[in-house]
Each structure stands twice: as structure tokens, then as C-alpha cells.
Design a protein around this ligand. Structure first.
Ligand code: UDP
Ligand code: MG
Length: 320
């Protein structure tokens, strides 16, 4: 029987966690009783440097409920790094891993389907939402535009997949060899290969607490996704530069023609326009190059993606 580790990243989730842990805890206990998963299967909550009582809640649950355990990061490292932290902390304790958000917007019922698919031989099982009813029109539109852009630049992403998925031990082992600091998991995981499939579920509204992805963070996450996988933005700037040069050639021809025809008073406005225009193009170009240089800088430093401060797993579990 395989040992399941459910990894739950949590950032300021003291309100949502108690219910989430009750539900996940019950589910794991039921699956253990039905002999579907190993008796030492756990729910592992990763406290991502919360400023509220998330860690206290985790510790309290850990004392009274023996399927619930946790890892405490030293500060906030971000959603994706928290998932990586949870997976690497649990790797040597489990056989099969499921990541799910702490707010339980994703239907936990899909866990059973994921395990069934895994039993049929799939290493990776993506949870995909079959509706976006709970999203605003803006989020729907922007999400679909994002998937289109990603597809265009050659990143295969399974649409409507967030970070709710099952991974086998060997796929997690390989995932952890991707050393990028700014991991964009939903783009990386499909590049691992291995047999994979998708289960569909309905995504609910967040019941308590607030989203940790306000618009600003969502946009920066999307930009991260694009620039982590492709230099297309640089090519776009190149294209813009070429167009600008073409335009200025026309301007040149126009000026010469004006000069020949003797009407040389014009000039100031076209000069100003081109200086500003070209200046703008150059600044954009510099910015995009800076973005990639900054990425290289960040990666080259090779700093840890997360730092674990407390680890309850070690007291709760035997190594596999
Ligand atoms: N999260 C995290 N670290 C962060 C931000 C978010 O661990 O810096 C967790 C959060 O607690 C939740 C999950 O990531 O479990 C997804 O966040 P949220 O539900 O706020 O995102 P949304 O569903 O609104 O996209
Ligand atoms: Mg959520």
C-alpha cells in the first residue's frame, strides 16, 4: 500500500485551516481504514511565514490528530516555494503526493479519483476545474488570454489547472531537480514527462479569509510564467525596434523630400516625435533585457528556495 502525503501550503490561513484540516483529516483516516492508503499517510501543512496564528493552529491539530502534521518555514517564501518545501520535506516519508490549497476551493472528492487514476499507472494526475463560475468576468478573460499567450510561446500548459495535483514519488524526485528559484510549477510539471492524466472538479468560492493573490500579485505571477519559459518578450522588443527604424526611414525620406521642395520650416515637431518614440522603445527594450538579467542574477546567487524552521514530520513518522 502506498503512503499518501497531502501537502497544503498556508499563508495567513488561521480562519480557513480548522475546517480544512477537519475535512482532510477525516478523508485520510477514511482512506486508511478502507486500506486504500498506508496507515502512516499524513496531511502536511506548510506554514509559509504567516503573520497570524496559522502555525499555532497546525501545532494544536498535530497534538490531537495523528494524521495532521506540518512544516514551519522561517519566513514567507511564496506559494510555489511553499509547495516545493512541502514536497522536499515529505519526499523521504511518502510514496504519492497531492498538493492542495488551504482554502479548499478545490473539491477534496477529486483526491479519491486522483488516487484511482494513479493506481491505473499514472504518475501525475492534474486536477482541472470544469467551470469558472466563481470567477469575475475579468479573471476569466485574463486567464484565457494568459493560456493563449503561453501556448503561443510554446509552453504546454493544461488549461484550468492550478496547483491541485497528484504526483508519484519519482515525478517529485525529478521535479526537485529543477533548481530554478522562481518555479512556475504548472508550466514545469508537464515538462517532466511520465504518464499523466486529468480529473475534473468544480471549484468553489473561497469561504473564509481573503485571496492571497490580489490583482498585482496575479499579474506578476503571469509575467513570471511568461519570462521563465520564453524570451518572446525580447523578440517583441526587437520587432518593435525594427518597425521604429522603418518608420524613421520614412521620416528621413519625407524630410529630404520636404527639403527638395523647399519647404524646410517643418522639422521641429517630427524631431520631437521621433526622439520621444525612439526613447520609449529603447526604455522598453532596456526594461525587458533588465528583466532577464535580473533573472540570471537571482538564479546565479543560488540562494535556498525555502528555509525550514520547525519540522513536525520527523517526530511523527518513520522514513520510508
Ligand atoms: N499561499 C502561500 N504563500 C503565499 C501566498 C499564498 O502559501 O505567499 C497559499 C495560500 O495559503 C493558499 C494557496 O497558496 O493555500 C493559494 O492562495 P489563494 O487561495 O489565496 O489563491 P487564489 O485561490 O485566490 O488564487
Ligand atoms: Mg484560493
Amino acid at each position: 500500500m502506498e503512503r499518501l502525503m497531502i501537502v497544503v501550503p498556508a499563508y495567513n490561513e488561521e480562519e480557513a485551516l480548522p475546517k480544512t484540516l477537519d475535512i482532510l483529516g477525516e478523508l485520510v483516516e477514511r482512506l486508511i481504514k478502507q486500506k486504500i492508503i498506508d496507515i502512516q499517510s499524513k496531511v502536511v501543512v506548510v506554514n509559509d511565514g504567516s503573520s497570524d496564528n496559522t502555525w499555532t493552529v497546525i501545532e494544536k491539530f498535530n497534538k490531537t490528530n495523528n494524521v495532521i502534521t506540518g512544516v514551519n518555514l522561517s519566513r514567507n517564501f511564496g506559494h510555489q516555494s511553499a509547495i516545493i518545501a512541502g514536497l522536499s520535506a515529505t519526499l523521504n516519508f511518502g510514496d504519492v503526493f497531492i498538493t492542495i490549497d488551504a482554502d479548499l476551493q478545490d473539491d477534496v472528492g477529486a483526491i479519491i479519483e486522483m488516487l484511482e487514476a494513479h493506481a491505473k499507472g499514472f504518475d501525475i494526475v492534474y486536477g482541472a476545474r470544469n467551470n469558472r463560475d466563481t470567477d469575475t468576468a475579468f479573471k476569466k478573460k485574463s486567464a484565457s488570454a494568459f493560456y493563449k499567450i503561453m501556448k503561443k510561446i510554446g509552453v504546454q500548459m493544461i488549461p484550468q489547472v492550478a496547483d491541485y495535483r497528484l504526483m508519484s514519488k519519482r515525478s517529485v524526485e525529478h521535479l526537485l531537480t529543477y533548481k530554478e528559484k522562481n518555479l512556475f510549477l504548472r508550466g514545469i510539471v508537464p515538462t517532466i514527462g511520465f504518464p499523466s492524466t486529468t480529473v475534473y472538479y468544480a471549484r468553489k468560492e473561497r469561504e473564509v479569509g481573503t485571496t492571497k493573490y490580489p490583482l498585482r500579485k496575479m499579474l506578476s505571477f503571469a509575467w513570471e510564467g511568461i519570462t521563465s519559459f520564453s524570451v518572446a518578450p525580447m523578440q517583441f522588443v526587437l520587432a518593435m525596434g525594427l518597425v521604429t527604424i522603418l518608420v524613421s526611414l520614412f521620416m528621413l525620406a519625407y524630410t529630404v523630400w520636404e527639403y527638395i521642395s523647399g519647404e524646410t520650416i517643418a522639422g521641429w515637431s517630427s524631431l520631437m516625435v521621433s526622439i520621444w518614440f525612439i526613447g520609449g522603445v529603447q526604455l522598453i527594450g532596456l526594461y525587458v533585457i533588465g528583466e532577464y538579467v535580473g533573472k540570471v542574477f537571482n538564479e546565479v546567487k543560488g540562494r535556498p528556495r525555502f528555509i525550514i524552521q520547525d519540522n513536525l514530520l520527523k517526530n511523527n513518522l518513520d522514513k520510508k
